[in-house]
Design a protein around this ligand. Structure first.
Ligand code: NDP
Length: 691
């Protein structure tokens, strides 16, 4: 078993004291000082660990949710079949310990506060989303697709309702056993009454279709050459995709030219209203789109159902809101003249996407482009063409005029036709550094604007005063989310030598528990890599790390057990004892491979962190905020985090410096990249000429 650090024990003790306090005297009377007294420590120490009362309450709610999550996960692991798994959820949520007086009064105290505290609400949202995702996953095999969402919500409501009634009734109206019986009978009756799930076809399959490009508001089949897109978790072919050649690019440009005129003539508020509808439809179709993204990318449904589609929807909503406020400025030039600027769209712009966040990238590029009055031609990566096509369908459904958002598919040749096209004013690429350079060179021929979101090898620095649990959480998020296929990943983890051992103990224990598996299973935390070629590349880096003398602490190979042998699964891998000059420390691997390095001194680690051609992201974990800001100010990176990693709110600009890119996506900054200013001088007097 993992040795518990004194700090762990102290945090646990304070959380327990909080639970006792909430159970006995309720929310309002539970103050930091009172909880500290109960735990026999000073209020200062509580503040040291948790910041303030809100921080302590959030940690307590997280701990309660985590306990329930673990109990659910362990029941799900031994449940066979979809009905048994639904039962496992009921049993975990209505277990005797959840009906215990102390636990239920604490849950009640929290639910009462959730409406008033954004921090608590975030924790609760994750808890609810997880329950629904689990239910939906299993109900898909039990009832027809149209019934899944409704039934999942109904079952969740019955579980919550039974628990709530029982917790509020003084007379012990129900106990755990009878509540579970009621819920169970209810679920059986509902499943029996609902239309059944189709019996044919394995879970991961979908009908094989040929998809043409989506041009001018509809699919335009050409019957031309196609390529296949596959599910990297199974190798199964998902669809055939028509390759766009010169004729299709010309058709897209023509459609965009017409659409853009109409679109730019609308007011910003009108464009915003339509884009808001796009965001609403994306949200409403979250589950279906998340599932498609999981099939196409191999990323776990646990991620795609709460991040990929929603982050895209948030981005579109954000720019829909900004659209009405786009404006130029008035410039006073004295009594006889003034000037003003008009912020105008560029015209037709292009987006070229990478394969790791296909739908999100399509949204991140199209949202500011369209809000500013441009039309877009978007080319997804050839490995992941499916969800951008869905976005095009949704745009049409929401009322975006024909030709304003077009999707063409293909390989680099198709990309080149776009980047060299004289009618296209700008190209925004997300991809590798080498591709970025080629795109920039091609764009130079017609003097296009470029935004380049490229690769990285970002540093994550853990100082000796950091909260080590948080720092480990940060390092896990920075390396293993999306199986490590995230451009901003902090894959060079510099840990202060005084805490290196403790950090590694915690890290290795948590990595050991990570669940690699079927990406469609909500319990899976690490899905498949994007393709066999990419998996081989990642495995070759792991072999290289070993050969270079790095010490393997976790993972280190392919995962094939439990039916994963047809997919591209690699275990989360941690190397310790890494040196700055090793290949695994210098080059972007884009897989689940973390390199841990140690350091002794602030100036030293800053210099080493900056010693790279890349500059996409960086992170610092320290309790000393002055140091946090001081170090971040010296790091050469476009996107930085203090005491967190890889969170990318749409409101903050995102992008890189050095070889990691040019320009910014998201935030108000992106507006600059999708508009041009026209300066207008207005004379109010006579024109004096010396002639
Ligand atoms: P690639 O650079 O291989 O491809 C990116 C896109 O460019 C694809 O659609 C590709 O087409 C297209 N393309 C390739 N060559 C050309 C060309 N000469 N002209 C025009 N288009 C071209 O990147 P990946 O798809 O492999 O994505 C992984 C990379 O993306 C990593 O380096 C990662 O760091 C980076 N990335 C950066 C992000 C950021 O925001 N900074 C975010 C996500 C990823 P096709 O593949 O279809 O042939």
């Amino acid at each position: 078993m993992r040795r518990r650090e004194p700090e762990d024990v102290r945090r646990r003790q304070l959380i327990e004291a909080t639970i006792d306090s909430l159970a006995e005297i309720g929310f309002n009377a539970s103050t930091l000082a009172q909880i500290a007294r109960r735990a026999g420590v000073s209020p200062g120490l509580v503040a040291h660990y948790f910041g303030d009362k809100d921080g302590l309450l959030e940690a307590t709610l997280r701990s309660l949710s985590l306990r329930l999550y673990r109990a659910t996960a362990s029941r799900l692991r031994v449940a066979h079949g979809p009905r048994a798994r639904v039962q496992a959820l009921i049993d975990a949520n209505l277990a005797p310990e959840e009906f215990d007086q102390r636990t239920s009064s604490v849950w009640l105290a929290f639910w009462g506060q959730v409406l008033h505290s954004e921090r608590l609400r975030r924790v609760q949202r994750v808890y609810q989303a997880r329950m629904l995702a689990n239910l939906r996953h299993d109900l898909r095999d039990l009832v027809a697709a149209g019934e899944v969402h409704r039934l999942a919500i109904t079952i969740a409501a019955v579980i919550d309702g039974l628990w709530l009634r029982s917790s509020l009734s003084a007379a012990g109206e129900t106990d755990s056993v009878s509540a579970r019986q009621v819920a169970s009978a209810f679920v059986d009756a509902q499943i029996a009454a609902a239309p059944a799930a189709p019996v044919d076809g394995p879970r991961m399959s979908m009908p094989l279709q040929t998809h043409a490009g989506h041009i001018g508001g509809r699919y335009r089949p050409t019957g031309g050459e196609t390529f296949e897109t596959r599910n990297p978790a199974t190798g199964e072919v998902l669809a055939a995709i028509e390759i766009a050649g010169e004729a299709e690019i010309e058709a897209a440009v023509e459609a965009a030219r017409k659409g853009q005129k109409l679109w730019a003539a609308m007011t910003g508020a009108e464009r915003g209203r339509i884009l808001k509808r796009v965001a609403d439809i994306l949200r409403a179709r979250n589950d279906e789109l998340a599932r498609l993204e999981t099939l196409d990318t191999g990323k776990p449904i646990q991620e795609t159902s709460v991040v990929d589609v929603l982050s895209g929807a948030e981005c579109i909503e954000y720019y829909a809101g900004l659209a009405a406020s786009l404006s130029g400025e008035h410039v006073d030039l004295g009594p006889s003249a003034f000037g003003y600027t008009r912020r105008e769209p560029l015209g037709i712009v292009a987006g070229i996407g990478a394969w790791n966040y296909p739908l999100q990238i399509a949204c991140w590029k199209s949202a500011p482009a369209l809000a500013c009055g441009n039309a877009m031609i978007f080319k997804p990566a050839e490995l992941t063409p499916l969800t951008a096509l869905k976005l095009a369908e949704i745009m049409a459904e929401a009322g975006v005029p024909e030709g304003v958002f077009n999707v063409v598919n293909g390989f680099a040749d198709t990309g080149r036709l776009i980047t060299r096209h004289p009618a296209i004013a700008k190209v925004s690429l997300t991809g590798e550094v080498g591709t970025g350079k080629k795109v920039m060179a091609d764009a130079a021929g017609t003097l296009k604007y470029v935004t380049l979101e490229l690769g990285g090898k970002s540093p994550l620095i853990v100082f000796d005063d950091a909260d080590l649990d948080d720092a480990v959480s940060g390092a896990l998020l920075a390396n293993f989310y999306s199986a490590g296929e995230v451009c901003s990943n902090g894959t060079r983890v510099f840990v202060h030598e005084r805490v290196r051992e403790a950090f590694l103990d915690k890290l290795v224990a948590r990595v050991g528990k990570m669940v690699v598996g079927d990406p469609l299973d909500p319990a899976t935390q690490v899905g498949a890599l994007i393709s066999p070629d990419h998996m081989e590349k990642v495995l070759s880096y792991i072999a290289r790390g070993r050969a270079e003398g790095a010490k393997l602490l976790a993972g280190g190979g392919r995962v094939t057990a439990n039916g994963l042998d047809k997919g591209c699964f690699v275990a989360p891998t941690v190397f310790d004892g890494c040196a700055d000059e090793m290949g695994i420390v210098r080059e972007e691997i884009f897989g689940p491979v973390m390199a841990v390095l140690s350091f002794a001194d602030e100036d030293e680690v800053i210099a080493r962190a900056n010693d790279t051609e890349f500059g996409l992201a960086a992170g610092v974990f320290t309790r000393d905020l002055a140091r946090g800001h001081r170090v971040i100010a010296q790091l050469q990176a476009g996107t930085c985090w203090i005491n967190h990693y890889n969170v990318t709110p749409i409101e903050l600009p995102f992008g890189g410096v050095k070889q990691s890119g040019l320009g910014r996506e998201n935030g108000r900054a992106a507006i600059e990249h999708y508009t041009q200013l026209k300066s207008v001088y207005v004379n109010l007097g006579r024109v004096e000429a010396p002639y």
